[in-house]
Design a protein around this ligand. Sequence first.
Ligand code: GDP
Length: 287
Amino acid sequence: MAIQWFPGHMHLTKKAIQERIKDIDVVIELLDARLPGSSANPMLAELTSGKPGLKVLNKQDLADPARTALWLAHYNALPATRALALDASEATPARRLIQACHELAPGRAGMAKPMRVLICGIPNVGKSTLINTLTGKRAAKTGDEAGITKLEQRIALADDFYLYDTPGVLWPRIIVARSGYNLAASGAIGRNAFDEEEVALELLGYLTRHYPGAPAARYSVDVAGLTDEQLLQAIGRKRGAVQSGGRVNLQKAAEIVIYDLRAANLGRITLETPEEFAAWLAEGQKV
Ligand code: GDP
């Protein structure tokens, strides 16, 4: 069963973005480098069309570098769009962001025409962490689960460069089934909104096809010939997720797999390529 998640009404955020967008020169969209397509909010694309866009693939430290390169090339080929990859270890990301924005809106510079940039991203993508880095504050209110921090502020990155945080929360909008699984696996949607076992099985299916060495190395199991369910069973057994009577606790096993993905214990993994994401959209397996 596909994940359906509608955590809150989007119309307030929509209205607020609509009001602000007319005074904005560049829209930065923060994406999760492990799932760039799925972590984009399609409503944002509609609301900001016509504005130059900077796609920031965040958490690149967790993502597959070869696939990050594919996504960067994909976005850089779009009109009025630039892309760069970042992670929280970059101590001074401002310079790269400022430069990319100036390339996108070359007319905006100087005190009379300051650059005005809106930064957007779904919860948990790392927006607070990045804003804290940009403002030189210690990360105060970051959390592992979706929807922990909400701040709204204007940040001056230079005398003639203002960054505006998104007014409201830009919840993810799941438009294809795979996006739901990828968002759940990444930690972008609330724990109560999905079934861990289902998400882990989907994840293991994807890993078996694209990163077969990852579960094999992490759990010392031979993945060849196993169904996803058998693989989850084998992982549970290896990791001691066993109930009385010797049955594998699949829920526990699923939590282990999801935790290991989020902690990059399975290696640097990206859950979708630009080509795959386009195919999912085209297949029309809409939720
Ligand atoms: P927000 O909801 O978009 O404001 O996200 P947060 O800034 O609260 O970050 C969500 C989680 O992701 C926190 O646990 C952060 O420590 C973590 N995080 C943020 N940026 C990065 C990054 O570049 N790499 C990694 N590995 N984790 C990050």
